[in-house]
Design a binder for this molecule. Structure first.
Ligand code: BG6
Length: 520
C-alpha cells in the first residue's frame, strides 16, 4: 500500500482525537509489518461484502495493512479480475460510511492488488490456479509466501476446501500459512468433531483461527481489563458477593434473508453456543498468568470445563425456548417466523433461547449464570449484568423504599460502556433511597469510535495473534454444553410455537426460568 509517510511500523492513531483527548495521548496504531496475500473463499457472498471487504479497506485507509499486500477472491460467481474490482468498489460504496468511500490514489492502489478466481470448490485445478496466483502475487507485490485463507463460505464446504488446499500443496508455503474458519464450527458435538478432524489433518492448531466476531468487539476485549487492570472488582467477583450473572444478546431483526440457514440452526446454535458462551468464559475465568494467547485460552477452557453439563432429564428446568409470531417492531407490523422466506411453515426452530448454567468451582458454586438470545425482541442489545447480593440488614426505619442490589453492567452494544447501579439518598429531610447510576461510555470517554470487530480480527490473524480466536478445546466444550439441550429440543415438538409476539420481551417460559431478567 502507498506509504502514508510513516517509515517505521507505526501510523498515527486513527481519528487523531489524541490532540484534544489526554486519554489517547501517545497512542499509535500499528501497521502490520509482515507482507501477505489474503484469500477470501466465498468472496461473492454476504459476509464478504458487508463485513470483510469493508474491514480490509478500512485498514488500508488507516494505514494499518501491510505495505506489501494482495487480496484474492475465490468463489462460484463468474468474474474476471476487472469485474471483481468493480464489484468490490460498488460494495464499498454501499457499505463504507460517506466520508470513507473508495476513491483516489488509495483506492487505485488497493484495487490493483485485488484479483479473482471463479471456482468450483470441488475442483483441484482451481486450487492449482490459486497457487499460481499466489506465486504471482509474491513476485508482483512482494507478499513473501505468506498466505491467509479466510473460509467465508457456507460451512458445508469447509472440509472440501481444506482438502483441496492440501491437494494443491497450499497447506504450506515458503512463508507462513494461516486459515480463518468462520462460524458455525459444526452444528453439534459430533459434526464439530468431524470438521476438526478435517482441519487438523491439514493445519496444526497454531495455524487455525476460529472466528467468533464477538471477541473482536472492544467492550468484550475490555472485560479482562476491567477485571484484572483494577483491584476493586476481583475481591467481590465471586459467590460471596455475586447473586447472579445474566448475559443477553437480543436483536430486533428477524432472520432477514437467512431463513434457509437459520431454520436448521436456531438461537441456541447460532448465538449461545459461540458468542454468548464466550462472554460467559471471559466474565467467569480466573486471571491468566500472562497475556499470551494460550494462557488466556487455557483459563477460558478451564472455566468452561467447570460448567455442569446439562443432563437430559434437567433440560426443561434449565432452559427455555421460543419462536416469534407476528408482532410490531418500532411501530411497524412484522411477520412471524414461520412466514419468513425459506422457513418451514410448521418449523420447530427456536428464535429465542435461554439457559441457566452453574459453574462448579470455588469461585462460582451456587451462582446461576443466565444466558439468553433471541430475534425480533424489542431492540438490539448485548450486555452482561452482574447482580450483587442484597444488603444484609436495613436500618432505615421510617422509609419503606425498596433497596435494590448493586448491578454492574458491561454494555457491549449498541452503547459501549460500563454502568454501575447503586443506591443513594434523595436530597431532603427524609431518608428516601433511590437507584442511581455511574456510567462510562467508550465513545465519549476515549473520543474515538471502536474499530469494527472484523477489522481487529483480520489484523490479528495477519499478525499471528490467536488470543481473540477460539481454540478447539473450548469450541468442543461449548458444544458439549449445548448439545444435550439441542437434542431434547429437537426431539420434542413445541406445540405452543409461536410463543412470543415479535417486539415482546420473549416467551413466558423464560420468566419461569428466571424472573429477574433485565428489560430489553
Ligand atoms: C451472527 C449470527 O453470528 O451474529 C447472526 O449468525 C446474528 O444471526 C449476528 O445476527 C449478531 O451479531 P452482532 O455483531 O450484530 O451482534
Amino acid at each position: 500500500m502507498p506509504d502514508d509517510g510513516a517509515s517505521t511500523a507505526t501510523a498515527p492513531a486513527a481519528g487523531d482525537g489524541a490532540a484534544v483527548n489526554p486519554l489517547r495521548a501517545g497512542l499509535q496504531s500499528e501497521r502490520i509489518t509482515e507482507p501477505c496475500s489474503v484469500v477470501f473463499f466465498g468472496a461473492s457472498g454476504d459476509l464478504f461484502k458487508r463485513m470483510l471487504l469493508p474491514a480490509v479497506y478500512s485498514m488500508a485507509l488507516k494505514g494499518t495493512l501491510p505495505t506489501d499486500f494482495a487480496l484474492v477472491g475465490f468463489a462460484r460467481t463468474q468474474y474476471d479480475d476487472a469485474g471483481f474490482r468493480d464489484y468490490c468498489r460498488q460494495q464499498l460504496d454501499l457499505f463504507m460510511p460517506p466520508d470513507r468511500k473508495p476513491q483516489g490514489p488509495l483506492w487505485d492502489d488497493f484495487s490493483e492488488r485485488i484479483s479473482y478466481i471463479t471456482a468450483d470448490f470441488t475442483d483441484t485445478r482451481h486450487f492449482t490456479d490459486l497457487k499460481e496466483r499466489l506465486d504471482e502475487n509474491d513476485r508482483q507485490f512482494n507478499t513473501a509466501g505468506n498466505h491467509l485463507f479466510y473460509l467465508a463460505t457456507p460451512p458445508s464446504v469447509f472440509p472440501e476446501i481444506i482438502k483441496r488446499l492440501k491437494e494443491a500443496g497450499l497447506d504450506t508455503s515458503s512463508g507462513w500459512t494461516r486459515i480463518i474458519v468462520e462460524k458455525p464450527f459444526g452444528t453439534d458435538l459430533a459434526s464439530a468433531r468431524t470438521l476438526q478432524r478435517a482441519v487438523e489433518q491439514v493445519f496444526p492448531e497454531n495455524e487455525v483461527y476460529r472466528i467468533d466476531h464477538y471477541l473482536g468487539k472492544e467492550p468484550v476485549q475490555d472485560i479482562l481489563a476491567l477485571r484484572f487492570a483494577n483491584t476493586i472488582f476481583e475481591p467481590i467477583w465471586n459467590r460471596n458477593y455475586v447473586q447472579s450473572v445474566q448475559i443477553t444478546s437480543a436483536e430486533s431483526l428477524g432472520v432477514e434473508e437467512r431463513g434457509g440457514y437459520y431454520d436448521h440452526a436456531g438461537a441456541l446454535r447460532d448465538m449461545i453456543q459461540n458468542h454468548v458462551i464466550n462472554l460467559l468464559a471471559l466474565v467467569a475465568m480466573e486471571a491468566p498468568i500472562s497475556a499470551a494467547a494460550d494462557d488466556i485460552r487455557d483459563e477460558k477452557y478451564k472455566v468452561l470445563s467447570a460448567i455442569e453439563t446439562p443432563a437430559y432429564a434437567d433440560v426443561w428446568s434449565i432452559s427455555a425456548r421460543g419462536q416469534y409470531g407476528p408482532g410490531t417492531i418500532d411501530g411497524h407490523p412484522v411477520k412471524g417466523y414461520r412466514q419468513e422466506d425459506e422457513v418451514d411453515p410448521d418449523s420447530n426452530t427456536d428464535t429465542f433461547a435461554a439457559v441457566k448454567f452453574q459453574i462448579a468451582n470455588w469461585r462460582w458454586a451456587g451462582v446461576p449464570f443466565y444466558l439468553r438470545s433471541g430475534k425480533r425482541l424489542p431492540r438490539k442489545i448485548a450486555e452482561i449484568a452482574v447482580t450483587f447480593q442484597p444488603i444484609p440488614h436495613r436500618f432505615y426505619g421510617e422509609s419503606t423504599d425498596k433497596i435494590d442490589p448493586n448491578v454492574l453492567v458491561i454494555k457491549i452494544e449498541p452503547d459501549e460502556g460500563i454502568s454501575m447501579r447503586f443506591e443513594a439518598k434523595v436530597p431532603g429531610p427524609k431518608e428516601h433511597i433511590r437507584s442511581v447510576y455511574m456510567d462510562f461510555n467508550y465513545g465519549s470517554g476515549f473520543g474515538v469510535q471502536s474499530p469494527p470487530a472484523y477489522e481487529r480480527l483480520i489484523g490479528d490473524a495477519m499478525r499471528g495473534d490467536q488470543t481473540l480466536f477460539t481454540r478447539w478445546d473450548a469450541v468442543q466444550r461449548a458444544w458439549e454444553l449445548v448439545t444435550p439441550i439441542l437434542e431434547v429440543w429437537e426431539h420434542t415438538k413445541d406445540f405452543t410455537f409461536p410463543n412470543y409476539a415479535a417486539g415482546s420481551q420473549g416467551p413466558a417460559s423464560a420468566n419461569a426460568l428466571f424472573s429477574g431478567w433485565r428489560r430489553i
